[in-house]
Ligand binder design. Structure first.
Ligand SMILES: Cc1ncc(COP(=O)(O)O)c(C=O)c1O
Length: 399
């Protein structure tokens, strides 16, 4: 077993923040033209993140614009049904409807300080696109969002929202026209336009993005820990999140990584099951390799080419994953499960009817996993990260 984060108990982690390394994972695998720009961004982030006026501004917008802290809600009907005590961390109640806005506010404040005049972003489910377009509107910065044509079709409401917010939407028709293709297009634009700031929305891509996105999302876990201690007087036994690139999951998990008694579980977009081409369960079925600028797990074949992916959830439909989650998997600190479309749809309906909360289809994967794993564990407490609301999925008639 790779014991990188378990040396000296669990207190030492092999995390080299300067180079963005999580054990052997992470790093910056990019063409030379991008390297200088990313190194500059990494240095700027490191020197800015703890500056009091930066922190003050970040916290101010999280509180007054996003609506933080998000509540920790005791889901009593779901708890009764599952036979275990379940809390939901309500990221769905954030302005714009998901966790994505936490990272967008942090990064746009950096971009503003760096003097960026244009923001570019990729989006899958449209939630990151909407959050970026929102942040760009707030600060009066021009915004361009790349989205796969398949995703634009299945997340129509978010397409309209981005346009209304004043963003320019660029559809890509490459590959399966999903998140991977949107990231490729956004990276291409970033390389060609030196003055643009690339506001990446998940814990993927080259350094410093996994470090930065993890940092800006860590507010989720910090709040959740405080809230559960207030209400239960102890830590949860289990925490759950869905995982596409890994940002909402690391946002919740990072605060609990060194609490040995808290079991950590993540739900991947399993699509139709464990079949290459019909799944997006990268950590369950993939292997280590370099993909889109970082060394992590990827759903790739022997020659390193990535398989097409499929998940009903556009936000999980991606063949790569965060390098930090790759390390957490290898050292056994978190476990990663394939959750199928059918299981996610069941959970989507279940939470809607039991609690009056319509979850995003991405988040429904976490609910499905928790409902399965916690069945009958009556003395145990769980926190599920409800990463987003399901308004965007209602039109799809997933019933
Ligand atoms: C509501 C919601 N949850 C989860 C995700 C998955 O992304 P991540 O793994 O970065 O949290 C997305 C991505 O679009 C999303 O919109």
């Amino acid at each position: 077993m790779n014991t990188a984060i378990l040396e000296n108990g669990v207190k030492t982690r092999k995390f080299d923040s300067k180079n963005g390394l999580f054990g052997e994972y992470g790093g910056m695998y990019v063409p030379p033209v991008l390297e200088g720009k990313l190194k500059n961004l990494a240095a700027f982030f490191e020197q800015t993140k703890h500056q009091p006026d930066f922190e003050e501004e970040y916290v101010h917008y999280l509180k007054t614009f996003v609506g933080r802290p998000s509540p920790l809600y005791y889901a009593h009907n779901l708890s009764e049904k599952v036979g275990s005590k379940i809390y939901l961390k309500r990221e769905d109640l954030n302005h714009t409807g998901s966790h994505k806005i936490n990272n967008c506010i942090g990064q746009i404040l950096l971009a503003k300080r760096m003097g960026a005049t244009e923001i570019v972003a990729e989006t899958g489910a449209g939630q990151h696109g909407v959050a970026t377009a929102t942040a760009a509107a707030l600060f009066g910065i021009k915004c361009k969002v790349f989205m796969g044509a398949t995703d634009a079709e299945r997340q129509k409401m978010n397409v309209s929202r981005m346009k209304l917010l004043g963003a320019e939407l660029v559809l890509t028709h490459e590959g399966r026209a999903t998140l991977k293709d949107a990231v490729d297009a956004a990276l291409g634009y970033y390389i060609e336009n030196p003055d643009v700031y690339y506001l990446l929305g998940s814990q993927v891509g080259p350094h410093p993005y996994p470090t930065m996105v993890g940092y800006f999302q860590s507010v989720i876990g910090k709040e959740a820990k405080k809230q559960i201690l207030e209400v239960e007087g102890r830590l949860p036994d289990h925490i759950f999140a869905c995982i596409g690139g890994g940002s909402n999951a690391i946002g919740l998990f990072s605060e609990f990584l060194y609490d040995d008694d808290v079991a950590i579980h993540a739900a991947e977009g399993g699509g139709e099951g464990a079949i290459f081409g019909k799944t997006a369960a990268t950590l369950s079925m993939g292997k280590p390799g370099v993909f889109q600028g970082t060394f992590s797990y990827a759903l790739s074949n022997e020659s390193g080419d990535v398989y097409p992916t499929y998940s009903i959830a556009a936000g999980l439909d991606y063949p790569g994953v965060s390098p930090q989650h790759a390390l957490l998997k290898d050292v056994g600190r978190a476990d990663y499960h394939l959750v199928t479309d059918a299981e996610a749809i069941e959970a989507y309906k279940l939470l809607s009817r039991l609690e009056g909360i319509i979850p995003a289809i991405e988040s429904s994967h976490a609910i499905a996993l928790a409902a399965k794993m916690m069945k009958g564990k009556k003395n145990e407490i769980s926190v599920i990260n409800l990463s987003g609301r399901g308004d965007k999925d209602v039109e799809r008639d997933l019933m």
